[in-house]
Design a protein around this ligand. Structure first.
Ligand SMILES: Nc1ncnc2c1ncn2[C@@H]1O[C@H](COP(=O)(O)OP(=O)(O)OP(=O)(O)O)[C@@H](O)[C@H]1O
Ligand SMILES: [Mg+2]
Length: 257
């Protein structure tokens, strides 16, 4: 059964050392197409470091990462994004002086499609592709309830809307695997609830896989189909939400936090 499902992420024996500190070690992780997967663990467990390796911001010390079957070893972050992994950050990173629309359009690698000369000389192809990318960006903004803010400066949006915009921008790159680093951080319960619906909607609409780091257990247990728990860079547990919740090692790691 599961063998026939398409594997979007395959991680084996992944690890990274910073000097004498082993931040992540022996990580195995399989994520299938359409899955919503949770990566949890106490502060400093190595969660964001995993994202930095998957996006090739950090070069792993050991192990392999395959995204959609492609070995990521030799790739830089831009190439990793082209293969199909996109992310949001624990602390919002937007171009806060640019418009909401332009923030999404920056995700769209258009310069690669029409080339630098077409862009500089403003050839007809440039205008055609620009129009297409504006249309696509507006569709994305609509899904996130941000279309009416398209011309506003991103930095002026309320906090929750900025977090949604960051997700929209990541999706503009057409990822197969979307990484969300604490998307509910700083949100109130209603915003968190709305975000859960939105994450499900994104998965269904774009038919992608989502790996999310989150401390909000209600969100994690509510939407993740499988979960990996990291503790001091090691896998403490891996399984279904109900298995994770009743795992005594996991409970201990959280209480001991
Ligand atoms: N570039 C780096 N150089 C040195 N140490 C690093 C680097 N990046 C991460 N670390 C260390 O790796 C460990 C894991 O950090 P990481 O940010 O991945 O944790 P986290 O699980 O995301 O925690 P949090 O829940 O607080 O965000 C920490 O001890 C951190 O200090
Ligand atoms: Mg982190």
């Amino acid at each position: 059964m599961s063998e026939t499902r398409e594997k979007v992420l395959e991680v084996r024996n992944l690890g990274i050392d910073f000097g004498g500190l082993t931040a992540v070690n022996n990580l195995d992780l399989d994520i299938y197409k359409g899955e919503i997967y949770g990566l949890i663990g106490p502060n400093g467990a190595g969660k964001t470091t995993v994202f930095n390796m998957l996006t090739k911001v950090y070069q792993p010390t050991r192990g392999t990462i395959k995204i959609a079957g492609k070995d990521m070893d030799k790739l830089n972050p831009v190439q990793a994004n082209q293969v199909g992994v996109a992310r949001t950050f624990q602390n919002i990173r937007l171009f806060s002086n640019m418009s909401v629309l332009d923030n999404v359009k920056t995700g769209m690698h258009n310069e690669l499609k029409y080339g630098l000369f077409t862009s500089i000389l403003r050839l007809p192809k440039y205008y055609k592709l620009e129009k297409e990318s504006t249309q696509k960006a507006m569709e994305l903004l609509k899904i996130f309830g941000l279309d009416q803010f398209a011309d506003l400066t991103a930095g002026n949006l309320p906090y929750g809307a900025q977090r949604r915009l960051e997700i929209a921008r990541a999706l503009a790159t057409d990822p197969k695997l979307l990484l969300l680093d604490e998307p509910a951080a700083g949100m109130n319960p209603q915003e968190t609830e709305d975000l859960m619906d939105m994450i499900r909607k994104i998965r269904n609409h774009f038919d992608i896989s989502i790996l999310l780091i989150e401390h909000d257990m209600k969100l994690v247990m509510g939407i993740c189909e499988r979960i990996t728990v990291l503790n001091f860079g090691q896998v403490l547990a891996q399984g279904l939400p109900q298995e994770i919740q009743s795992n005594t090692e996991v409970v201990k790691a959280y209480i001991g936090e």
